[in-house]
Design a binder for this molecule. Structure first.
Ligand code: TAP
Length: 451
């Protein structure tokens, strides 16, 4: 079997090798998952809930180990990596409440009894990107397993280590063999097989919009269910009446967190023209103070980019652009890039329109509320966004006007495991997290019993 080197992006050194599975191994994993489905779907709701709670507890016992692995493999800061491992535990705990609450309905009919059931789909294939290897895996497998499905999961080739460890911890917690299988390998081989294998009934994909489109097209052939979480180019809209000090202090983390490799990154900064100069003067020290460091240090706010190739892509956006100011990044080994603020001259600038997926934010002034909404919506993306204002009416009007799945007012938060998360327009299809995700791993069956 082929293998892939796994690199530490903070140093460029090889951490180890991981098998790169082929078609035969993928088919075998899917067929094992299909066999396991027959018994997993029959596990009593209380027992399935107990197993998921035990899985959550085992993950909870390994937070430091998982976080350390993510720091080395993905370059995430240790603070973020601890949150990410804790998020997997919390998502498992949340969905452990589901097997005993997945109720259908009783619908009044003449001549009998009519009831509905939320049936599991079968084998679910989950394809995970490199930017958030643990949470994105958990957002798929926790609700899928809770609803009675079995799961095959392909981590990104660049960042497979924590997913492999989560697969081991599932077995340690007592999940039966075949219920949750992690199978590393190439997207074009393992991921593509999830799309074409008839036993896989649903594909959850997070990653780039072009690959997401090809997966959706491939799934159409067998009418497979899909959930897609794709790219973003989210707007951070600062109105003149906002608490400008607070908005400027929060803006760097809203885009530079995870080195900007975040589909929710607020990478388009829209500032009302009357406070534009003042806001930039408040933003500059906040950007320059953003700590880009060895990600294993507790003080680090940002680590390196994921790979040399990705750093080149990010740099291609800043080359010809006007840099307002930038922070500092370590020199030498590793794929470092400084937090960078670019001035957009028009909404046609490539760095304003395209997903850079790095620590780069583009700034553009706007005139009034209508102008802000128009500029925010001038994109095919629609994942996240923020609005800074003290006017509640404006906050609600703009929230309803901006075409995006997740908005925060006077904050940059996008993700809570109990509220829905997902994109409008070409940022995705379907919702993860909260009750919405659970139902997307089921089909409704209606049964009529004549009396
Ligand atoms: P993708 O190429 O879309 O990869 C995401 C996942 O899909 C990886 O596991 C990848 O496998 C797999 N994959 C690739 N081609 C596939 C195919 N034909 N069939 C099935 N699975 C396939 O994204 P990337 O290279 O990781 O990142 C490129 C860009 O995607 C980024 O710059 C960013 O714009 C966007 N992105 C968005 C997000 C979110 S959260 N929305 C996350 C990551 C990336 P491999 O292991 O072979 O790569």
């Amino acid at each position: 079997m082929d293998s892939t080197d796994v690199i530490n992006p903070a140093t460029g050194t090889v951490l180890g090798t991981v098998p790169s599975n082929g078609l035969a191994e993928t088919d075998a994993a899917i067929e094992r998952a299909q066999r396991a489905f027959e018994s997993w779907r029959q596990v009593a709701p209380g027992d399935r809930a107990r197993l998921l709670r035990r899985f959550a507890a085992v993950v909870g016992d390994h937070i430091e180990e998982l976080a350390g692995l993510e720091v080395r493999n993905s370059g995430h800061t240790i603070g973020n990596a601890r949150w990410e491992a804790g998020n997997v535990r919390d998502v498992l705990d949340f969905y452990a409440g589901a097997p005993e609450r997945l109720s259908g309905r009783q619908i009044p009919v003449a001549g009998g009894l009519d009831v509905t059931f939320h049936e599991p789909l079968g084998v679910v294939g989950i394809i995970v990107p490199w930017n958030f290897p643990m949470p994105i895996a958990g957002w798929g497998f926790a609700p899928a397993l809770a609803a009675g499905n079995t799961v095959v999961l392909k981590p990104a080739e660049l960042t497979p280590l924590t997913a492999i460890r989560l697969g081991e911890l599932a077995l340690e917690a007592g999940l039966p063999e075949g219920v949750f299988t992690v199978i590393p390998g190439k997207g074009s081989v393992v991921g593509q097989r999830f799309v074409t294998h008839p036993a896989v009934r649903k594909v959850c994909f997070t990653g780039s919009t072009p690959v997401g489109k090809s997966i959706m097209a491939g799934c159409a052939d067998q009418v497979k269910r899909v959930t897609l979480e794709l790219g973003g180019k989210s707007a951070n809209i600062v109105f003149a009446d906002a608490d400008l000090e607070r908005a400027a202090a929060a803006a760097p983390a809203g885009v530079f967190d995870n080195a900007g490799q975040d589909c929710c990154a607020r990478s388009r900064l829209l500032v009302q023209d009357t406070v534009y100069e003042r806001f930039l003067s408040l933003l500059e020290p906040a950007v320059k103070a953003f700590r880009v460091q060895d990600p294993s240090l507790d003080t680090a706010e940002m680590g390196p980019l994921i790979s040399a190739a990705h750093r080149e892509k990010v740099a291609s956006y800043t080359g010809g652009a006007e840099v307002a100011f930038a922070g500092e990044a370590p020199k030498g080994d590793g794929w470092w890039f400084p937090p960078t603020v670019l001035l957009a001259h028009s909404a046609d600038d490539a760095h304003w329109r395209e997903e850079v997926f790095g620590p780069v934010v583009s700034v553009l002034p706007f005139h009034d509320e209508a102008d802000a909404v128009r500029l925010a919506n001038d994109t095919e993306y629609g994942l996240s966004g923020s609005i800074w204002t003290r006017d509640l009416g404006r906050a609600l009007r703009v929230s309803r006007g901006v075409e995006t799945g997740n908005l925060s007012v006077n904050s940059h938060s996008s993700v809570r495991y109990w509220t829905p998360f997902g994109g409008m327009k070409q940022s995705g299809l379907g919702r993860e997290l909260g009750p919405d995700a659970l139902l997307s791993f089921t089909d409704v069956k209606n049964v009529f019993i004549a009396t």
